[in-house]
Design a protein around this ligand. Structure first.
Ligand code: HMG
Ligand code: MG
Length: 305
């Protein structure tokens, strides 16, 4: 098996994790979560989103989060922006990296962003042009790459068409969202194989939700093809409010445990990551869904007793 020597993990829990919470999570809690994750060595932490507060009220305080986190040099704090209004607000709040988002199916594009894929590409092109002119890096997301809650199966070519446009606009990385977690390793590999005809694999990131328990297997499968960036969520928090029933991202602890076992470098300290998981789970009042996290915390508690 051939694996990258180093993998970058983007922890998306402060955004993808907390955007799906029923009640609103206090701003100080989100700030402390971001700080604890960067203390654990995460080099990229998705801090929030500048979307319509009518659509996702949980992220309405993202400007305060950006203003009050303890920014560490060399760490990226991307925030989601759907349009120019979001970009302007993000830049005003001090964002130096934003993430645009689009979908591989018309139905999901409509439900999540109230526009067609073509309109969404037009918005993303405007966002990219303005962001790059302001010196802000842009990451591009594509949702429902391995299955759509409204249209079912998604052809790799449909993803490739959107990915190429995001690349042409100047996105430095394209994150492939298995929004509802239905993907399996062979289909994930087929997707990467198709995309790799036009796009360097180094530009691709895996963003696997774990609804069907396939996320870690999908990470390993596409890592064998050279993908070296993965989005994950501490304690496995998360979901998308416009994809009902979809559960959280693959847990950062589970990914880290596997990467450590493979001898792949990440720069992340497991112990501090567990602290971050314990912190957010205590604040949300529910247990972690990370299997490795649960086992390691139990072991740590036993050793301390
Ligand atoms: P719309 O209703 O068509 O927008 O929504 P509009 O342009 O007609 O504006 C309606 C109102 O929203 C106006 O306010 C605008 O000013 C305001 P009003 O005049 O009625 O008071 N507005 C905004 N306010 C703040 N920030 C903005 C903004 N834009 C407009 N940026 C829109 C279109 C795209 C705005 C809406 O559909 C939206 O915000 N969607 C975001 C949905 C979302 O955040 N989903 C979750 C994130 S994506 C995800 O989770 C998937 C991912 O994890 C990958 C994966 O797993 O697949 C990334
Ligand atoms: Mg997601």
């Amino acid at each position: 098996m051939k694996h990258p020597a180093r993998v970058k993990i983007v922890d998306v829990s402060p955004r993808d994790g907390l955007q799906n919470e029923k009640g609103s999570v206090p701003t100080e809690v989100r700030i402390e979560l971001v700080d604890r994750l960067t203390d654990a060595g995460l080099q990229s932490v998705e801090a929030g989103s500048f979307v319509s507060p009518k659509w996702v009220p949980q992220m309405a305080d993202s400007a305060q989060v950006l203003a009050r986190i303890r920014r560490k040099p060399g760490v990226a704090y991307p925030v989601l922006v759907p349009n120019l209004k979001g970009l302007e607000a993000a830049i005003a709040a001090g964002a130096t990296e934003v993430a645009g988002f689009a979908a591989a199916t018309e139905a999901f594009s409509k439900r999540n962003t109230n526009c067609t894929i073509a309109q969404s590409m037009q918005r993303q092109a405007e966002v990219c042009k303005a962001a790059l002119a302001a010196g802000v890096r842009v990451r591009g997301y594509i949702s429902v790459v391995l299955g759509c809650p409204y249209e079912g199966e998604v052809k790799p070519q449909a993803v490739a068409d959107v990915a190429r446009q995001l690349q042409d606009m100047g996105c430095y990385e394209i994150s492939l969202g298995d929004t509802i977690g239905t993907g399996t390793p062979a289909r994930a590999q087929k997707l990467i194989e198709t995309l790799a005809r036009d796009i360097p694999v180094k530009m691709l990131a895996g963003h696997f939700h774990d609804t069907y328990g396939q996320a870690l297997a999908n990470v390993l499968a596409v890592m064998e093809q050279g993908v070296a960036v993965f989005d994950s969520s501490v304690a496995g928090l998360g979901g998308c409010p416009y994809a009902k029933g979809a559960t959280g991202n693959v847990a950062t602890e589970d990914v880290l445990y596997m990467l450590n076992g493979l001898g792949i470098e990440t720069g992340i300290d497991m112990d501090k990551l567990l602290d971050a998981a314990e912190f957010i789970c205590a604040r949300l009042g529910r247990p972690t869904v990370s299997r490795a996290g649960r086992a390691l915390i139990a072991k740590r508690d036993k050793a301390a007793a």
